[in-house]
Design a protein around this ligand. Structure first.
Ligand code: ADP
Length: 272
């Protein structure tokens, strides 16, 4: 296994021209009391179609890292490159899903999903077809004419995921998207997301503080240190896909999550 925090270059990655490469990215925020180090130099390489989960204690810089990749925040040093080109701002190649529901309240479910398509110039018929495909995928057919206020938290987040996928980004950046949901809805949403992902195999970077979630969803789990965060450990998740809920009851799943839990617990104490 490569040393944590050095660019990980496997032969598979080397052959993968569409990889996302995060190279020595660090971030200091300026505050009234001087600079606040949010993220130490962090490097990782994500292959096309890889589902990466990032675990870390609160405040360690997970969101900052994701926002830098999304082009919403500028790194103090280092760079992010995709397909060999340095990224310098937001772009339609990257979609984001946040913890808070970011739907437009004045648009119906269908119009929320197809909003980005309209900006891209897709016609009405094409927009409706794509929206229906994703509505079915997330199990919300029949809700196309509802407004966000008429939906539960889990339903709203399903629409947010459908909207991000409908825009057909090459990379999906997900910042604790299930963090505000109750435990039962969260479990269901994990399966909904996996089902949607199986159909598209987008590259995903998914930030979470839930160890079970990181293993159940990811191909690779990165654990970050306490703030200012950097990558402390990388683990490949060996479980075959498609994954089902029952996986969580297996000994191998338990052992892997325990190992990660020990790592994250240590960092959470440091964060305190
Ligand atoms: P996480 O997502 O791991 O909880 P964040 O990336 O949100 O952590 O934040 C990392 C650190 O940077 C935290 O200490 C936070 O308070 C600080 N921080 C985040 N955004 C800003 C900002 N805009 N200005 C100043 N400090 C910030």
């Amino acid at each position: 296994m490569p040393e944590p925090n050095t660019p990980i270059s496997t032969s598979a990655n080397a052959a993968n021209g569409n990889r996302l490469s995060i190279e020595n990215v660090a971030k200091d925020f300026m505050s009234k009391n001087g600079p606040v180090a949010a993220l130490q130099e962090t490097s990782l390489v994500v292959s096309e179609g890889e589902f990466v989960t990032i675990l870390g204690p609160s405040g360690c810089g997970k969101s900052t890292l994701l926002r830098i990749i999304g082009g919403l925040e500028q790194a103090t040093s280092g760079r992010v490159a995709f397909k060999g080109k340095v990224l310098s701002g937001p772009g339609s190649d990257r979609g984001m899903v946040f913890q808070s529901y970011t739907l437009f309240p004045w648009l119906t479910v269908q119009d929320n999903i197809s909003f980005g398509l309209e900006l891209k110039g897709a016609g009405k018929k094409q927009r409706a077809e794509i929206a229906h495909y994703y509505l079915e995928l997330i199990g919300l057919e029949g809700f196309e004419n509802h407004y966000p206020i008429q939906l539960s938290g889990g339903m709203k987040q399903r629409v947010a995921i459908a909207r991000a996928l409908a825009n057909d980004p090459e990379i999906l950046l997900m910042d604790e998207p299930f963090g505000a949901l109750d435990a039962q809805t969260r479990l269901i949403m994990q399966e909904v997301l996996l089902k949607a992902w199986e159909g598209s195999r987008k590259t995903i970077l998914f930030v979470t503080h839930d160890v079970d979630e990181s293993v159940f969803l990811g191909d690779t789990v990165y654990v970050m240190t306490a703030r200012p965060g950097k990558i402390k450990k990388m683990m490949h998740v060996p479980f075959e896909r498609p994954r089902r809920y029952e996986l969580k009851h297996t000994k191998a799943f338990f052992e892997m999550t325990q190992e990660l839990l020990d790592q994250i617990r240590e960092e959470s104490f440091k964060a305190l």
